[in-house]
Structures are given as C-alpha cells and as structure tokens.
Design a protein around this ligand. Structure first.
Ligand SMILES: Cc1cc2nc3c(=O)[nH]c(=O)nc-3n(C[C@H](O)[C@H](O)[C@H](O)COP(=O)(O)OP(=O)(O)OC[C@H]3O[C@@H](n4cnc5c(N)ncnc54)[C@H](O)[C@@H]3O)c2cc1C
Length: 426
C-alpha cells in the first residue's frame, strides 16, 4: 500500500504486527476512537505457517470484528482418530459460541483482518519493520523506531505513542529487546504443515490424529507427535503435525521425515501424493500458556504469540490472540482517558487481570495436560480407554477446544469452570 509514513510521526497507540492479534487490537481501538498506527514488516496478502483452523471461539471474535465469513469454508466439528477408535463430534451450539468452525488460509484471513482494522480507522502501514523501542529516562516505552525498505533506499521512521503493543508473533522482538524473555518453565510446541489437493478437501469435519503411524496400527510403527487434516474447501486440505513439550525446550521432532512417513501411510482416498502437494512443508514454534509476561508494563502491551497465548490444549493461537486484542483495546481506551501516567497504568493493570480471569486457570490445567501426554504411555492409555466413552469425549471436546461456557452452561461447562478455578492461574 502506498502511503506517506516518513520521519517523525505520533499516534495514541502504535501496534507492531498486523497478524490476528495486532489487527484485533487495532480494530477495537480504532472503533473506540483511538488514533492507531498499525505497522507490519510484510505486505498483505502474506503467508503464515498455520493449520488455518478456526474454532467457534475464533468465529465468535470474528463476528465481533464485523467480518463477513458467509463465503468461508465451514466445518461442523472434529473427528478424532486414535487407539483404534474414530470419534466424530459436532461443535456444540452454545450460549456464547456458534455451533460451527471455519478454515481460512492465513494469507486471506490476515489480510481481511488488517483491512477491517484499516476500515475502522487504524493507519495501516505495510513493509515497515520495527527495529527497536523508544524509551524515556524512567524506562517507559514511548514509541518505536522503524525502517521502511532496504539498503540505500531505506527510510527511518520514529513513531511516538502513549502505548506500544507488541503483536509481532512468536519472536516478540520488541519485548525481547526490552529484556522481557520467555519463561523456560512454560510449554512450547513446534508444528509443521503443507497443503495438498485432495478429493476430501470439502469434508465437513476437521480431523485430529492422536497417533501417527508409519505402518499398520498395532505394529511397532508409532511415530512421535500428533497430526491434523483440515479441509479448506475447493478440493484442498491443510495437513500438519506437531509436538509439545512442557518446557521451553521444544521437542526435537524430525518433522520432515515423520510427515513423509505418516502421510504416505494415510488412506489413499486422501490423495497425499507428491503430485497433489502444493508448496513446501514449513514449520514454526507455538508459545503456550502465557510463556512471556508481564503482558503490560511501562507502556508496553503484549498480545497474541508475543505474549505466549497459544492454548496448550490444542495449539490454537488465533482465538486467544483475537480475544486478547479486544481486551487490550478496552483497557488502553480507558487508560488513554486518564490524565496521569499513574492513572493510565492503573487502568492498564486490568488487562493482565482480564487475561488471567479468562485463561489463567484453564492454561494451568493445560500445563498439567501437556505434562501428562508428554509421556507416550499415559497418552496411549487415555486414547485407548477414553475415546470409546462418548460421555467423556463430549467433555474433553469442550475442554480441548476452549468451547466451554465460563458462566452457567451444562454440567460439563460447570465442571471445567470449577477445575480451572481450583488450580492457581498461570
Ligand atoms: C504449524 C502451525 C499450525 C498452527 N495451526 C493453528 C490453527 O489451526 N489454529 C489456530 O488458531 N492457531 C494455529 N497456530 C498458531 C497461530 O498460527 C498463531 O498463534 C497466530 O498466528 C498468532 O497470531 P499473532 O497475531 O500473535 O502473530 P502472527 O500471526 O505471527 O503475526 C505477527 C505479525 O507481526 C509482524 N511482525 C513481526 N515482527 C515485526 C516487526 N519487527 N515489525 C513489523 N512487523 C512485524 C509479522 O509480519 C506478522 O504479520 C498454528 C501455528 C503453527 C506454527
């Protein structure tokens, strides 16, 4: 996009990164009347390594951003395969969540969200890389320095703001440059995905594989990790696998080799042949369970992967990023209306609190879950004995997909809420 960003500029808020988290923050802030500068080093549409799966929790947030998803590929639920069992479960139609999910290629999803933020009034600038933070004598973040273009034609930009949001994804370069490191004791995932043309690209259910087999199930051909096949519509599927570790040392999954062996052994009807493959297999890390905090300090707000917001239960990061962006916007709007810094910081203290209330106990349960399933024996026991019990799976489905009602709801909702309140929030 051609625009006139150059030299010294100012705004109420600078948002670094126009992925789902940054665009949500910018959209909600701009809708509340704030002057927002939204900067991304990429130019849209741009790709992002992802499974492209949107649970009902993500759909809920898209609705709140006024995104028209009418023509997007819908799914009815999830088919879970493991331990010799195949269980299909519909997304429950809930008080707060719709009974369907979506898939959308990130090139398209992220551009749509960035344009929504722009349409709401955010000043979006693409091809602008934020290279560092501006701080005052007290260490408070007062803006960013950025670069547009490369080499001799690169221009430097200084953007001043009352608040800076790092929504720059898993690398969180801005936060890291200010010494906000990831916590080694929090779970970290790694996952890889590729696309295929497939006769089953228009299936109504997303598929989750709790075991990856390189040969016949039952033989000693169990590969490490978990997999998914998400129908994208138009005869294309997103196929991927990942593994999760209960600490920051992401597992050394030989993902290329495992992917080739696993997909070669899946039923032929999927059509996972070299000819059907679209593009390369690509991998990235998943920062989980709030592995980078504080989410607010001294003028700097962390949102999305930058704040380690991926769910340890299912590797979903879009819904939490969108929701956190909405929470951050609410708090920043309140803070902008305070005449003093002390008052603004008091208003901002509501942001980490809102995140803790929403996800703190739930992500703590997720840490326990990861520590358990890290042990392949426990995982296999759960898979073999748990999957065939429909009553249990209804609860597990809600638990793993963050599809439970926080207040009220049925007995499963109340049980998950009670459990997440029994553990100390992360
Ligand atoms: C293989 C894989 C599969 C996944 N599958 C799913 C899934 O199916 N569903 C789901 O919900 N989640 C999934 N996730 C997680 C999900 O992709 C992330 O949680 C999500 O993208 C986080 O959004 P974000 O906005 O925080 O960061 P990002 O989407 O990473 O966006 C960050 C943005 O910041 C920009 N940026 C970075 N640094 C700078 C800088 N210095 N200056 C300017 N701009 C900058 C980048 O260009 C980018 O546009 C998956 C992850 C992986 C790796």
């Amino acid at each position: 996009m051609a625009d006139d960003l150059a030299g010294e500029v100012s705004a109420d808020v600078v948002v670094v990164g126009a992925g789902p988290a940054g665009s949500s923050t910018a959209y909600h802030l701009a809708s509340l009347g704030a002057d927002v500068l939204l900067l991304d080093k990429a130019e849209f549409p741009r790709d992002k390594i992802c499974g492209d799966g949107l649970t009902p929790a993500a759909v809920h947030e898209l609705i709140l951003m006024g995104v028209d998803t009418g023509s997007w590929t819908r799914n009815r639920g999830l088919t879970v395969i493991g331990g010799g069992h195949t269980v299909t479960m519909d997304w429950p139609d809930q008080k707060s969540l719709p009974g369907y999910g979506l898939t959308r290629a990130r090139a398209s999803l992220d551009e749509t969200l960035a344009r929504r933020a722009q349409a709401a009034g955010a000043r979006l600038h693409e091809g602008v890389t934020v290279t560092g933070a501006l701080t005052d004598a007290s260490g408070r973040v007062t803006g960013v320095v950025a670069r547009r273009g490369r080499g001799p034609h690169a221009t430097e930009i200084t953007a001043r703001a009352r608040f800076v949001v790092d929504a720059g994804g898993v690398a969180a370069r801005l936060a890291t440059s200010l010494g906000i490191e990831k916590a080694p004791s929090r779970p970290m995932g790694v996952a890889a995905r590729a696309y295929f043309h497939s006769p089953r690209g228009d299936e109504e259910y997303m598929e989750s594989h709790l075991e990856l087999w390189s040969g016949a199930p039952g033989a000693s051909d169990l590969l490490p990790g978990y997999g998914w096949i998400f129908p994208m519509g138009d005869g294309v599927v997103n196929v991927g696998l990942g593994s999760v570790s209960s600490t920051a040392n992401a597992t050394a999954l030989p993902y290329k080799q495992v992917f080739e062996q696993w997909t070669a052994n899946l039923p032929e009807e999927w059509g996972f042949t070299p000819d059907n493959r679209i593009g390369a297999l690509r991998s990235a890390a998943l920062p989980m369970s709030f592995n980078r905090t504080p989410h607010y300090a001294c003028g700097l707000v962390l949102v999305g992967d930058a704040g380690g917001m991926v769910s340890p239960f299912n590797g979903e990061g879009i819904a939490p990023g969108l929701k956190a962006g909405r929470y951050a916007a609410d708090c920043i709007a309140q803070a902008l209306a305070r005449p003093t810094r002390a008052g603004a910081d008091r208003a901002m203290s509501a942001y980490p609190q809102m995140l803790r209330d929403e996800y703190g106990g739930y992500y703590q349960l997720g840490r326990i879950f990861v520590a358990l399933i890290e042990n392949p024996r426990i995982m296999r026991l759960c898979t073999y004995h748990g999957l065939p019990i429909p009553r249990l799976m209804t609860l597990v489905h809600k638990l793993l997909s963050d599809g439970y009602e926080r207040s009220g709801g049925d007995i499963d909702d109340r049980l998950i809420t009670a459990l997440s309140k029994m553990v100390p929030a992360v």
